[in-house]
Design a protein around this ligand. Structure first.
Ligand code: KIV
Ligand code: ZN
Length: 512
């Protein structure tokens, strides 16, 4: 029997640390449900002590998820660990992931602690955590740039205290595959009680090698857990991409000789959900989940694939969730067909009210667009597009005028805490005029650091999906909006970003 590789997903923690990718509690819960359908082994739901919002998100996920272990990150101190344990109390299976930096640079410059102090704190924290939860993961942050002797000393001690998983982060993406693999191997060989813990890899993608490094950590180093995120989401260049490592292990099982419990057919739905929630668009040539990942443009390739699929394809598109039948519904489709399609796409709406609201939006869209694709449905039910009574700002309607040689003008109606507001402005283009009209009333003072439009299903009939990234008082948020009218999509995205700016409290970020 092939050994099992544990898939530890950290989209909701390390992924969320990417500037602008922060998510609301409801968004995180929805993604956690999809991760459970994907059958990942561990979901790192957040960093409970970092903010009240994150505490509540971890708690909601712990109270809901049954088939995956739910984990919270915590710094190596009693307060953080207690907070994590409190948030995880309702989980069927829970894990505390505690970390402290161990590289000379981080200890001296960031922590201003000596190696002995770090050692003591790590040991004490694991001892404290072990009395609260049975499943404890310990990470020496910036582990790959740490001194080998010190690392061996501290890891041996935390295993002795009861750490059940030892995770070795390449926090800054500095590793090279063979060297990282050997690094893990050396640790496992030199630490006398290394067989008492599961070894885990956690690689960042600064040099584009997070997936290769993680796989080397498995193959050369003998690690049996990979930490990864959907679409490789994460700070800077991101983390190791779940879809890539999972498909590498599956496609090259002849080489790795390992199994994973992941239901790969749920990969695409997870990828789209994360991309639509965060506004981080997936590049077309991205492995496994990019729009072109299974497209064959050249005549020679098309001819080959038609004769025998494996001439140019090493994986089956259907195995990662791409469906051949892309047109799914139209304006004559009923509520049941819509509900069934949602279920096929792995989308669970929480209440009948949400289904009714999504179905009403579907009908509205079907009146304007003859073919409704899976992507349209996913956009429709994404958190951004369901109306939220608790949101401060909600889009109502918009009209705009633009004519060659004239300065465009927009009039917009939106709700602010339930009260209808009318505002208008001119601007360089209709989008600019619409957003200026909103800003004229809201006066957020936020700076726009990104505006991007993406056609959801590839034709001019398609819905436009707009991402707006705003920065204000050191906080960065993304808002996403979709509509067949890109000016309306832009206004929705802007209002969504403003809602996030309002609701997001400051949080402490892990340094990973
Ligand atoms: O990259 C890193 O070091 C981390 C740790 C907090 C595990 O994310
Ligand atoms: Zn990290």
């Amino acid at each position: 029997m092939a050994e099992k590789l544990i898939i530890f997903d950290t989209t909701l923690r390390d992924g969320e640390q990417s500037p602008g990718a922060s998510m609301t509690r409801e968004e995180k819960l929805r993604i956690a449900r999809q991760l459970e359908r994907l059958k990942v082994d561990v979901i790192e739901a957040g960093f409970a002590a970092s903010s009240q919002g994150d505490f509540e998100a971890v708690k909601a996920i712990a109270d809901t998820i049954k088939d995956s272990t739910v984990c919270s990150l915590s710094r190596a101190n009693d307060r953080d660990i207690s907070r994590a344990a409190e948030a995880l109390a309702g989980a069927k299976s829970s894990r505390i992931h505690t970390f402290i930096a161990t590289s000379p640079l981080h200890m001296e410059k960031k922590l201003r602690m000596t190696a002995d102090q770090v050692f003591e704190q790590a040991v004490q924290s694991v001892r404290f955590a072990r009395n609260l939860v049975g499943d404890i993961e310990f990470s020496p942050e910036d582990g790959y740039r740490s001194d080998m002797d010190f690392l061996c000393r501290i890891l041996e001690a935390v295993i002795k205290e009861g750490a059940t998983t030892i995770n070795v982060p390449d926090t800054v993406g500095y590793a090279i595959p063979e060297l990282y693999g050997e690094f893990i191997k050396t640790l496992r060989t030199r630490i006398p009680n290394s067989d008492k813990a599961i070894w885990s890899v956690h690689c960042h993608n600064d040099l584009g090698m997070a997936v290769a490094n993680s796989l080397a950590g498995i193959k050369i180093g003998g690690a049996r857990q990979i930490e990864c995120t959907i679409n490789g989401l994460g700070e800077r260049a991101g983390n190791c991409a779940l879809e890539e490592v999972v498909m590498a292990i599956k496609t090259r099982s002849d080489y790795f000789g390992l199994t994973v419990g992941v239901d790969t057919q749920q990969i695409l739905a997870a990828s789209r959900m994360v991309s639509q929630t965060t506004g981080f668009v997936v590049q077309p040539n991205k492995a496994v989940v990019g729009a072109n990942a299974f497209a064959h443009a050249s005549g020679i390739h098309q001819d080959g694939v038609l004769k025998a699929r494996d001439t140019y394809e090493i994986m089956r598109a259907q195995d990662v969730g791409w469906s051949a039948n892309k047109i799914v519904l139209g304006k004559l489709s009923g509520r049941n067909a819509f509900k069934q399609r949602l279920a096929d796409l792995g989308v669970e709406l929480e209440s009948e009210g949400e289904i009714n609201s999504a179905f009403a939006k579907f009908k509205e869209l079907a009146d304007r667009k003859s073919e409704i694709f899976d992507e349209d449905i996913l956009a429709l039910v994404s958190e951004e597009n369901l109306s939220h009574e608790k949101d401060t700002f909600n889009f109502v309607s918009l009209s705009q005028r633009s004519e060659t040689g004239e300065r465009p003008h927009a009039s917009i109606v939106f709700n602010v805490n339930g009260l209808e507001v009318h505002s208008d402005s001119d601007g360089n283009g209709p989008v600019d005029a619409s957003l200026k009209a909103i800003e004229k009333h809201v006066k957020s003072g936020a700076e726009m650091v990104l505006y991007s439009v993406n056609a959801i299903s590839g034709s001019t009939e398609s819905q436009g999906e707009v991402t707006v990234r705003l920065q204000n008082s050191g906080r960065i948020v993304n808002g996403v909006g979709s509509d067949p009218d890109i000016v309306v999509a832009s206004a929705k995205a802007y209002l969504s970003a403003l809602n996030k700016l309002r609701s997001q409290s400051d949080r402490v970020m892990a340094q990973g």
